[in-house]
Design a protein around this ligand. Structure first.
Ligand code: UDP
Ligand code: MG
Length: 322
């Protein structure tokens, strides 16, 4: 185990779930690259509840290389949890994440690190420009990235690339949970890290094992994107959205109701032909709007009450202090 005081150039965080065949090759390759570039490093392998021999391989690697650390989850928590755990443990000045399946090339690491240190990026994301995945994965992914770009304003082609490099304080400032690993650049931006860059990286076909993410990931991905964007815009003040929508609907509905009734009374008083209030569709629409308006307002109000009790409501990140 590395001591906390030890200064390392690099921490490489590798989440893995049933990747026994790839690990030896991966670590040997990382070691070769780091040695070649004279970088001090640690590899943190997070075994996300593998049911194959992955952990045994990690143990074997830790015995063989003093740069390898292993952490095993008791069960499968998902890639986000594994990354978060690795971020917590990392001590390197630059933190690189990469998949365990050899689809990401360790040869890219020195350049990613250089971009962080010399070009002053907070985060550099890999871009699998030429991708070796089945078409059923590539097309939905294009669509997903387009939406994420539009929604977040971050100009990345490949949000979900497993190969990324971070300045250490970035990984210590963000909380990755659920399936949020797809949105780490968005989380970083929300935490105030604006220098987000991209590097075209070599991508390779999966050599061993199989992909752990199926089609259901597109559905989850979209729902998560909506929550991430929603949280960032209205998470702190749900009343801004629900309260204003509710008020507008309430006023619209209320006004229309008054209008419908007043119009009837006026016609009655002047002996003009008229329709009963309850015979007019507009009346029902107006009442619907009033009810929805109250509901929306209430939703916003409840949100505010929940927020008031939330422990992290005043969470802020300090960057510098003198
Ligand atoms: N992974 C993980 N926990 C999971 C699923 C995946 O740690 O529940 C790891 C997996 O072992 C791999 C990386 O996340 O190192 C990316 O997974 P995969 O290669 O299956 O995804 P794909 O490349 O097909 O998008
Ligand atoms: Mg993969």
């Amino acid at each position: 185990m590395m001591s906390e005081e030890k200064k390392l150039d690099l921490s490489i965080v590798v989440p893995l779930y049933n990747e026994e065949e790839s690990l030896l090759e991966l670590v040997a390759w990382i070691d070769r690259v780091a040695t070649e570039h004279k970088l001090t490093y640690e590899v943190i392998m997070i075994d996300d509840g593998s049911t194959d021999r992955s952990w045994e391989v990690v143990e074997q690697l830790a015995a063989q290389y003093d740069t390898v650390r292993g952490i095993a989850f008791r069960r499968n928590y998902g890639k986000s949890a594994a990354l978060y755990c690795g971020f917590d443990a990392a001590v390197g000045e630059v933190v690189v994440t990469m998949d365990a399946d050899l689809q990401d090339s360790p040869d890219e690491i020195p350049e990613l690190r250089r971009m962080i240190l010399e070009e002053d990026y907070d985060l550099v994301s890999g871009w699998k420009k030429k991708r070796y995945d089945p078409i059923g994965k590539r097309w939905p992914s294009k669509f997903f990235n387009g939406t994420a770009r539009l929604a977040s304003g971050i100009k990345l082609h490949d949000f979900n690339c497993g190969l990324k490099a971070y300045r250490k304080k970035v990984v210590k400032s963000i909380e990755v949970y659920g399936e949020m690993h797809r949105f780490i650049p968005i989380l970083a931006k929300q935490a105030g890290f604006k220098r987000i860059g991209e590097k075209v990286v070599e991508h390779r076909a999966r050599k061993y094992g199989y992909s752990k993410f199926g089609l259901e990931r597109m559905v989850k991905g979209y729902l998560d994107l909506i929550s991430v964007m929603f949280m960032s815009h209205f998470g702190r003040s749900p009343m801004y959205l629900f309260g204003s929508l509710g008020t507008v609907m309430f006023l619209l509905g209320g006004g229309t109701t008054v209008w419908v009734i007043a119009a009837k009374l006026w016609k009655q008083a002047h002996g003009l032909p008229l329709r009963g209030v309850t015979e007019q569709p507009l009346f029902y629409l107006a009442i619907l709007a009033v009810i929805l308006g109250v509901q929306l307002f209430l939703a916003g109000f409840l949100g505010e009450l929940i927020n008031r009790n939330a422990t992290d409501r005043n969470k802020y990140l300090i960057d510098k202090e003198i």
